[in-house]
Design a protein around this ligand. Structure first.
Ligand code: FAD
Length: 292
């Protein structure tokens, strides 16, 4: 029974999806319909976000557990160290294991889920994500993934330092990484080059694709990436703000172009942000030929 790291190494031109725990019944219903539609296309995994920016904590265990019980899709639970003691983190890992979830994405998190807030560790907690990787492994998790940052994490002084910290997370036991959203394919490819140059070309690094289907999604994306959108992206969308359909179509086209470029460069798995809906994700999977 291979862990997710091994499955990702073997995958050829496939996709994964990301969901966030729903805050209300209507979203939960739409989300589950999206899960059922997308499962037919056989994603390599479905990840479930965690914490302040990503929905309630119990919600992550619940949704990941439901994916395990009721679908054929492998769940990947995000977990953040922020605001919790090591003992509490261990409890969450054990709750995940009881729910049948054995793959986690180990993250540090940000105070109040605010990517710009100065970092402060819990007094009885962890300082960096590498320690959470080790904790997750010690608790028997089968695969552990980590975050990687094509443009460097905002708190990193330079890319070399940032890469060293990514390598430390791999040494601590991570066997794959998911990159922060980037609309700059070259920037993502350079991150992959750094990982290969460090001798860790065995580690799958997934790019994230967020189709910018509305001005609201563009705003969310801007916040997540700390305002690092390339100028051409704004230029392509700026004139379409008042035309919902044209905006959506251009957003999808941008994602399709990035997806094609990444596949041409030998990237095998594209991580798709679903925003808890299936329509756009299904279109990307079909047009890029990523169904399993
Ligand atoms: P770390 O790897 O700990 O890095 C944080 C900073 O510390 C970096 O500058 C790094 O270079 C530095 N650093 C790392 N290790 C060391 C070390 N050993 N010594 C010194 N410095 C070090 N947030 C949520 O709240 N919920 C989510 O579900 C969520 N999902 C995410 C999914 C992805 C794919 C990504 C890319 C991010 C996600 N985030 C999520 C956001 C994430 O929590 C933040 O980006 C956070 O600021 C950094 O987390 P990290 O795991 O990369 O931290």
């Amino acid at each position: 029974d291979a862990g997710l790291g091994a499955r990702l190494r073997e995958a050829r031109q496939r996709f994964s999806v990301e969901f966030s725990p729903a805050h209300d019944e209507a979203t939960a219903r739409r989300q589950w319909a999206a899960v059922q539609r997308l499962q037919e296309l056989r994603p390599v995994f479905a990840s479930v976000t965690y914490g302040a920016g990503g929905g309630s904590r119990d919600g992550t265990v619940e949704l990941a557990g439901r994916l395990h019980r009721e679908t054929d899709v492998l769940p990947l639970a995000h977990l953040t160290a922020v605001g919790q003691s090591t003992a509490e983190l261990r409890e969450v890992l054990r709750a995940l294991a009881r729910a049948g979830v054995r793959e986690v994405l180990a993250l540090r998190g940000d105070p109040d889920g605010d990517p710009g807030a100065p970092w402060e560790a819990h007094p009885e907690g962890l300082e960096h994500a590498d320690e959470l990787v080790a904790l997750a492994r010690a608790e028997g998790m089968r695969s552990v993934g980590v975050a990687a940052f094509p443009a460097g994490h905002p708190e990193s002084p330079d890319l070399d330092t940032d890469t060293r910290h990514l390598l430390a997370k791999l040494r601590a036991g991570a066997d794959f990484a998911i990159a922060q959203l980037t609309f700059d394919v070259e920037e993502f490819l350079r991150l992959r080059d750094r990982v290969v140059a460090a001798g860790r070309g065995d580690v799958p690094v997934l790019p994230g694709l967020l189709p910018l289907t509305s001005p609201t999604v563009l705003e969310v994306s801007d916040r997540l990436t700390g305002g690092q959108h390339p100028a051409w992206l704004r230029e392509r969308l700026a004139g379409l703000i008042d035309d919902r359909d044209a905006f959506r179509e251009e957003g999808v086209q941008i994602a399709l172009e990035s997806g094609r470029r990444l596949l041409d460069e030998g990237v095998e798995v594209l991580h798709l942000y679903t925003l808890n809906a299936s329509r756009t994700a299904v279109r990307l999977v079909e047009e890029l030929g990523l169904a399993g």
